[in-house]
Ligand binder design. Structure first.
Ligand code: COA
Length: 245
């Protein structure tokens, strides 16, 4: 299993566990995550989902080998299915981030309700250097969160930022020592799980609702551009460079 799933006290914890590949998300991992979200949504015992990774690596983004393998990014593609489920998931989602959070490791956080990170967490969305464009509706959600110029800094230049900067920009709720990260995220998850479930879900829906249609629209637009770029020479050269380094 490359995603460990545990459920207790109303909280489903999803732990990315492919540390030899820095938790790069394979098609199989996207399927496991999607299945878990479907089950969490259907299970009244599950009140909150907590997503985390390893102590030094949250997630190094999409598996670049899968990008090389190609395949159409249609609605059956595991990544596409996961993005749709993640962006429309109506129970609270909490992320606990330590270490690297690259590509979708960062953009997925834009769909979480609460995010906790260590000061040394390293966030980056290096899409352009890979010959690619933003995904997960980040081209809409990031400028809305941090303003246009800072979004351009992170999505065009692909500059990295740490936990403290992520806190300053409002992507992270709290920066916490590595030893306390999971305990704090769990405590917040239990706190949410103890609240009246319908009220929490309805409140989340209201918070997300003004942007939901636009998020789905941009998500589709980005995927169409992303798929075209995957076939470009710029992208093929960048991917080859990564695997030959
Ligand atoms: N896809 C596939 N494999 C990946 C990966 C990814 N996104 N990220 C890391 N890996 C693999 C490496 O190929 C390597 O595999 P190997 O041991 O079989 O050679 C292993 O994970 C360890 O990575 P390595 O690069 O040796 O570790 P590092 O600590 O020097 O660097 C990263 C870690 C994450 C900075 C670096 O691997 C990296 O830049 N990865 C790509 C990140 C990325 O661009 N993600 C996609 C964004 S859209």
């Amino acid at each position: 299993m490359t995603v460990m799933i545990a459920q207790a006290d109303g909280v489903m914890t999803l732990t990315l566990s492919r540390l030899d590949k820095k938790n790069a998300l394979s098609a199989q991992m996207y399927q496991q995550l999607s299945q878990a979200l479907i089950e969490a949504a259907a299970d009244p015992q599950c009140r909150v989902v907590l997503l985390t990774g390893g102590p030094d690596c949250f997630c190094a983004g999409n598996d670049l080998a899968d990008f090389l393998a190609g395949g159409s990014l249609n609605h059956e593609h595991p990544t596409v299915q996961f993005l749709h489920l993640l962006s429309q998931f109506d129970k609270p989602l909490i992320a606990a981030v330590a270490g690297l959070a690259i590509g979708i490791g960062t953009t997925a956080l834009l769909h979480c309700d609460l995010v906790y990170a260590t000061a040394s967490a390293r966030f980056q969305m290096p899409f352009t250097s890979l010959g690619l464009c933003p995904e997960a509706a980040s081209s809409l959600l990031l400028p809305r969160l941090v303003g246009y110029q800072r979004a351009a800094q992170y999505l065009l230049l692909g500059e990295a930022f740490d936990g403290g900067q992520a806190y300053q920009m409002g992507l992270v709720n709290e920066v916490v020592a590595a030893a306390d990260l999971l305990a704090l995220a769990r405590q917040k998850a239990l706190q949410l799980a103890a609240l009246p479930a319908t009220a929490v879900q309805q409140s989340k829906r209201l918070l997300k609702q003004p942007m939901q249609q636009q998020v789905q629209h941009v998500l589709h637009q980005e995927l169409a551009e992303f798929e075209q770029l995957l076939h470009s020479d710029e992208c093929k050269t960048a991917l080859k460079r990564f695997f030959q380094r």
